[in-house]
Design a protein around this ligand. Sequence first.
Ligand code: NAD
Length: 438
Amino acid sequence: MKISMIGTGYVGLVSGTCFAETGVSVTCVDIDEKKINGLKQGIIPIYEPGLEMLVKKNMQKGTLQFSTSIAESMVDAEVIFIAVGTPPDEDGSADLQYVLAVAREIGKNIDHYMVVVNKSTVPVGTGQKVKQAIIEEQRKRGVQIPFDVVSNPEFLKEGNAIEDFLRPDRIVIGVESPEAEKVMRRLYKPFILNNHPIVFMDIVSAELTKYAANAMLATRISFMNEIARLCERVGADVNMVRKGIGSDPRIGNKFLYAGVGYGGSCFPKDVKALIKTSSEYGYDFKILKSVEQVNEEQKSLIAQKVMKHFNNDIKGKKIAIWGLSFKPNTDDMREAPSLTIIKILKEHGANITAFDPVAMDECKRKIGNSIAYAPTMYDALHEANAVVLVTEWNEFRLPDWQKMKALMKENVIFDGRNIYEPDEVKEAGFIYYGIGRI
Ligand SMILES: NC(=O)c1ccc[n+]([C@@H]2O[C@H](COP(=O)([O-])OP(=O)(O)OC[C@H]3O[C@@H](n4cnc5c(N)ncnc54)[C@H](O)[C@@H]3O)[C@@H](O)[C@H]2O)c1
């Protein structure tokens, strides 16, 4: 089987590589020539555990190729995936220009039956738009080559993407023809040998499923962040509340962590896009508007705690930041809460020194050298008045308190992810601030 993956970002590169791992011949395509040239030489453009090894292995096996030409990749391909970005437009809706540009390119080049799969996160109705774009280009050519459009939203998590793709909880596929269903079932067969289900449905339901999943997860986070705010007011510990409610199987214990708010390339934009889609269909999605508002407030909360501790005067104070990426095990800085926190602290005159195990280059690309970067987590603490833990990388979990004390000017910790035991930290001689705990 031969397939083509258009868009070689987090989703396209991981999906393409994992399909190649099953023996399928995959061509990953991107318009970014630098990225494709790098990949041809084995340079992986993103940090994702396990990815480099799999890419190299499948390149050597000959199952994974890279190209900048959609047309070339379509030769003999049975399936073509669209996995390009869908960033938020100015009004919050998903910007479909990249998806539709690929659809037009497919329409210009298609010469045999293919299944065209939308893997990008796209709003309800995009399947139809992709179909129309392909038909329109065929009409210009005076041809009518049959094809099917399928919706196959991706649920992988950055930082655990390979594992998620190879062993998915479920695969959601929206189809409208038995032929396309057959092709998709064959392609995904290797991933469901462990009884993970493929859920077939109509295209619109599949498109909405992806947004509903991300919106539900974002809602859990904002809900817990509000519980945390209440905990601080009543003197409760949000970690205890989390354990207390999470053991109820109806609730479950995942995604109940209070912290510095959600970020990343998906939740913020998908929540926005679902609010927008709802309003386009005449529905005011009240819960999601609150989820978004709570999250915006939450991203600045820890910076406010820092301000309060220093009596609203942090001018010239040196603040260390541990963790920059929006979550551990990735270098993705899109909508990372660290950016909001750094911005606020800098606006009030603080000097920031940051350390992140993998995201410092990406951070430099985003905000340049407006902050200092330390080569190690301890170097960041030199003469610091406080440290703010923003991303819960494993290496921050059991720090050497005495070493920290010796390095820091003042011993104050702001734990944005509640990873430390307050009593232990206090015993070590630090002033401790968490989220939703005293
Ligand atoms: N990142 C995630 O964790 C994740 C998870 C699930 C779903 N998604 C969704 O998947 C989609 C892709 O996300 P991503 O994070 O991989 O994006 P990304 O920005 O990392 O990658 C997108 C790639 O598409 C390329 N591209 C754009 N236009 C192109 C064209 N015309 N032809 C060829 N390539 C083109 C870009 O150069 C880029 O390399 C989005 O809709 C996103 O919401 C992302």
